[in-house]
Design a protein around this ligand. Sequence first.
Ligand SMILES: Cc1ncc(COP(=O)(O)OP(=O)(O)O)c(N)n1
Ligand code: 3NM
Ligand code: MG
Length: 209
Amino acid sequence: MYDLYVVTDEALSHGLTHEEIARRAVAGGANIIQLRDKEKSSRELYEIACKMKEICRGYALFIVNDRVDVALAAGADGVHLGQSDLPIAAVRKLCPKNFLIGISVGSVEEAKEAEAAGADYVAVSPVFSTSSKSDAGAGHGIAVVRDICSSVMCPVIGIGGINAENTPELIAAGLDGVAVISAVVSAPDVTEAARELSLIIKTAKENRS
Ligand SMILES: Cc1ncc(COP(=O)(O)OP(=O)(O)O)c(N)n1
Ligand SMILES: Cc1nc(C(=O)O)sc1CCOP(=O)(O)O
Ligand SMILES: [Mg+2]
């Protein structure tokens, strides 16, 4: 379910809108799409989110970054929170049953705390250094990924500097899925990049079982 998680970013795409990135990534087999945009107004985000929800319907889960209000208003499947956002328990009170809450973590302690608070997934952030998020900080590396994966029961994904080359070792380390921007969004052919990465993830999962 969490195999390939694509985070949209218009600035890092070759002129595509959030909706078009989502359409192409879903066509390539992405399982989760996240709307991430720090610039747009609430109204703009809401309108985009409504369209993305329809694009994803029946094919992929649709998550909104940061904005619980936009996620709820647009009928998204969930929200992705950072460590400085509202606590999971507070968000849970606002949301319908089955609403997904994911959260960024950088250590085993944060991952255990998130799981105890009821997170549906945790995202090791960043796994490697990346230029796609200016304040991401240094990568935690594969050893931290392995430690987190063996410390919690909830799904663990990774984000930051992940691509077709390093995905197999991350899946072998225990990740349930990988989240990417540039590896898919900045590719010349978004659909083909998503298709290739999906296949790499599936193959890596088969090889570990
Ligand atoms: C899947 C996923 N993982 C991590 C993040 C980063 O969230 P956050 O730490 O809140 O930083 P911003 O993305 O809000 O800048 C994410 N968005 N998605
Ligand atoms: C959205 C995001 N969050 C991160 C974190 O570490 O919290 S890194 C990141 C961007 C990931 O982009 P790319 O796949 O191009 O490295
Ligand atoms: Mg955030």
